[in-house]
Design a protein around this ligand. Structure first.
Ligand code: GLN
Length: 541
């Protein structure tokens, strides 16, 4: 296409309006027109990355194939576009400053005073253009975290102002705002949107397109009014009303011509509107699945917050669609689980997920849940810490080592069935030092995992410091838990299974990060399938 085009997505009025979904939808629509698209996110906080954050702060930590701990919006980008993002797709203020300070120490700016403008803004601009320059994308969409008006966002907005000036038609700003409905007055109110656009204009940015998030449809009159007050074209005011699923949003945006408006404004030919066939098929299948009873899956973990297990929830929901059933995820707080209440807590669950995590809190409840599903043969899927708990529970209750544990929970455990990885022992810094990113794994042919993947060699993403202790491998295998996925270089155990049970699988890696709308993850699809079969068997009992 020639020069890379840059689209900036900013947000106003309130946070959590769905900038990530709008960015992903724009990306999807442009990609459907044959363009090579990527999306990046700038987060205005000072942490270098979200790796050390508690999930209660910004939700789950996503992991890219190249081992970067990233904001969960990158998960949306990958799920919508089916692309793989990298470290260059998520930048924080901390990283921008660190890079500038490192350069200052090296002497790159000798003699100069280092300032927010131009040094910080130049570094932001360099990171915006990096993807375009290096990988020759047709479109780079840059989502700016936070809300316009935040002090922290200012250097980013200043960089957008400069880039819009420098790049002319090759840069465009989409601003997402909120139009509240006042029930008492029975009216939708545009004033907050007007204020938010003014705020942008006050830093020198005129948005080109406005996306108005609302709970009720906006009239043409109201859209015209917003266009007039905010200096944008009528058709560049698009509504984004609550959709039944986030995956409807690209369709809703396309129906309003959001992609064609963007192309026109950037001086590109509009051409025919793509049919989005496979995407629509997915939505139809998802919709049809809803006419049946949902399939109940428990998610056992300690973070009682939707976003903390975002990718797992999305992967389960996609796997449901591809099994023609809607998955109903029931969060089960592991801190509250005991041998006495577990039967009640997991009643009616066709399958049980044991979530990833860190630290001692809530761990005992995970053992309780695993013991229950193992002894009642309920399909079970443990991820990362979930897999480690599967191994520990087995050591305690089958191998007979009552004190078996992970070194993470008990440094002095005599039966360290989960141990610290050799290369982790000397590490003292917490940030970005886990075993991160994609590693190879070889599957045993007679395993459930192999059945699911249909291939022997796989690559999956990791985020952990502890590992299965190979000293115990023979004992496990003799007692009925098999190590069916192994890293060929390090010999690390990546997957354990109990073949005698219906579907009992634990993975040291995180398969959820790789599940996309059009390519659901095979392990999740297989797990949900096993849960459906289990449900049928139980009903027929
Ligand atoms: N805490 C465990 C480890 O570091 C598991 C991590 C996880 O679940 N992501 O090995």
């Amino acid at each position: 296409m020639g020069e890379t085009k840059y689209i900036f997505v900013t947000g106003g009025v309130a946070s959590s309006l769905g900038k990530g979904i709008i960015s992903s939808s724009i990306g999807k629509l442009l990609q459907a027109r044959g363009y090579n698209v990527t999306i990046q996110k700038f987060d205005p906080y000072i942490n270098i990355d979200p790796g050390t954050l508690n999930p209660y702060e910004h939700g789950e930590c996503y992991v890219t194939v190249d081992g970067h701990e990233a904001d969960l919006d990158l998960g949306h980008y990958e799920r919508f576009l089916g692309i793989q993002t990298t470290k260059a797709n998520n930048i924080t203020t901390g990283r921008i400053y660190k890079s500038v300070i490192d350069k200052e120490r090296r002497g790159d700016y000798l003699g100069k005073t280092i300032q927010v403008i131009p040094h910080i803004t130049d570094e932001i601009k360099r990171n915006v253009k990096l993807l375009g320059n290096k990988y020759k994308f047709d479109f780079v969409i840059t989502e700016i975290g936070g809300t316009v008006g935040d002090i922290e966002s200012l250097p980013y907005l200043e960089s957008i102002r400069q880039l819009k000036w420098e790049l002319g038609k090759n840069a465009l700003c989409v601003h997402l705002t909120y139009v509240p409905y006042l029930a008492a007055a029975g009216e939708l109110k545009t004033k907050p949107t007007q204020h938010s656009v003014k705020e942008l204009q006050s830093v020198g940015i005129q948005p080109d397109v406005l996306v108005l998030r609302a709970e009720h449809p906006l009239s043409d009159g109201l859209r015209k009014k917003v266009a007039q007050f905010c200096n944008v074209d009528d058709k560049a005011v698009v509504q984004s009303i609550d959709a039944e699923t986030i995956y409807e949003v690209p369709i809703l945006m396309q129906a309003q011509g959001l992609d064609s408006t963007i192309l026109e404004k950037m001086g590109l030919p509009v051409g025919e509107t793509p049919g989005l066939g496979p995407w629509r098929k997915f939505l139809e299948r998802r919709h049809a699945a809803k006419s049946k009873e949902p399939i109940n899956i428990a998610l056992v973990g300690k973070y009682d917050l939707q976003d903390a297990y975002k990718s797992i929830r999305e992967a389960l929901s996609q796997a449901g669609t591809y099994n023609d059933r809607k998955v109903e995820v029931h969060f089960v707080n592991s801190e509250k689980l005991t041998d006495e209440n577990v039967g009640e807590a997991l009643k009616g669950m066709a399958g049980v997920m044991i979530g990833p995590g860190f630290g001692q809190r809530g761990i005992d409840g995970k053992f309780v849940a695993i013991k229950y599903t193992r002894t009642h043969d309920i399909p079970t899927f443990g991820i990362c810490l979930g897999m480690q708990c599967i191994a520990i529970e087995f050591a305690r209750n089958v191998l007979g080592y009552a004190d078996a544990n992970s070194r993470e929970m008990d440094e002095k455990t005599p039966h360290n069935v989960i141990d610290i990885m050799e290369e982790q022992k000397a590490i003292t810094n917490m940030g970005g030092t886990m075993r991160l990113g994609a590693y190879e794994c070889v599957l045993q042919k007679d395993s459930k995992a192999y059945q699911a993947y249909g291939q022997e060699h796989i690559q999956e993403r990791h985020r952990h410091r502890y590992e299965f202790n190979n000293d115990y491998k023979d004992q496990y295998e003799t007692a009925g838990m098999k190590c069916v996925g192994i890293n060929p270089e390090s010999d690390l155990v990546e997957i354990v299974e109990i073949p005698a049970l219906k579907w009992f699988v634990g993975t040291q890696f995180h398969p959820e990060y790789g599940s996309t709308v059009l390519n659901p993850h095979p392990l999740f699809v297989a797990f949900v399938k096993a849960a459906i079969e289990n449900e049928k068997a139980t009903v027929n009992d």
